[in-house]
Ligand binder design. Structure first.
Ligand code: NAD
Length: 252
């Protein structure tokens, strides 16, 4: 029997990288998974209960989606974008785009799904209600070079997470943040390639990323999925408002 039997879960940005690893693992653990991504072609797992094209910056689409899906146990907010640069390379539009996609999207998703989660939770049946939000080591945990806007958004995710946790702990709804270090994913590969162009070789860029990690490697997305399963399941029933560093020692 899987660790998430009976659990109904929604995962955003489930098309690739960390979101895909989480959605695939949730399904493998027996959850009913409603997977969404702005790029529907990436949602290929036939084991998902539904595969939805969803832009998490579209509040109306999210509200409709929540109606269609109905009450859930687990909401996993993964969608996010990495802006590269210092404050001097950050336009107002860059700032607004990242905050919309990385932070306000979570506000929209939580506002739409939380009422149904509370209704499901009030039946007092297991599994409980769990929200997890993808933050990063580059947040209030660590100032990382060229992650000015990104770090600000991911710090905001931690604040949002704690506020939700505080407001709904007595209702039995838990809300936690996941703070990865560098994780192998398609967009990370693109960042390595871009840095490689600047440094003269992709190998040098890759080595530069790896050198930041005390463990001498970047994470696999499946390692983040393992933490997400724990947070979705009742194994973590007493955990709320936490920021889980999963970074190979990067923020030490
Ligand atoms: P990725 O960046 O490779 O993929 C992102 C996915 O999000 C894609 O499938 C894309 O289609 C989807 N997406 C983009 N815009 C969207 C929108 N408006 N609505 C819905 N979906 C949208 O994946 P990743 O690198 O695993 O990153 C996933 C999350 O993890 C992000 O929030 C990122 O900030 C965070 N994170 C990543 C790393 C890392 O090193 N990869 C480290 C820490 C945190």
């Amino acid at each position: 029997m899987g660790r998430l039997e009976g659990n109904v879960a929604v995962v955003t940005a489930a098309g690739q990288g960390i979101g895909k690893a989480i959605a695939d693992r949730f399904a493998a653990e027996g959850a009913v998974v409603h997977a969404s991504d702005i790029n529907g072609e990436l949602l290929t797992n036939p084991g998902f209960a539904s595969r939805q094209v969803l832009d998490v910056t579209d509040g109306e689409a999210i509200a409709e989606y929540a109606e269609t899906v109905g009450p859930i146990n687990t909401l996993c907010n993964v969608a996010g974008f990495v802006h590269h640069g210092t404050v001097l390379q950050a336009s107002d539009d860059d700032w607004d785009f990242s905050f919309d996609l990385n932070v306000k999207s979570m506000h929209r998703m939580i506002r739409a799904f939380l009422p149904g989660m509370l209704v499901k939770r009030s039946s007092n049946e297991q599994p409980g209600a769990s929200i997890m939000n993808m933050s990063s080591g580059a947040s209030s945990l660590k100032g990382a070079p060229n992650r000015y806007i990104y770090g600000a958004t991911k710090a905001a995710v931690i604040g949002l997470t704690k506020a939700i946790a505080a407001d709904f702990a007595s209702d039995g709804l838990r809300c936690n943040a996941i703070c990865p270090g560098t994780v192998e994913s398609p967009s990370w590969r693109a960042r390595v390639d871009a840095l490689g162009d600047q440094m003269g070789s992709v190998e040098a860029a890759h080595a530069d990323f790896v050198a930041r990690q005390p463990m001498g490697r970047v994470a696999k997305a499946s390692e983040i999925a393992g933490l997400a399963v724990y947070l979705a399941s009742d194994e973590s029933a007493f955990v709320t408002g936490s920021c889980y560093k999963i970074d190979g020692g990067w923020t030490l």
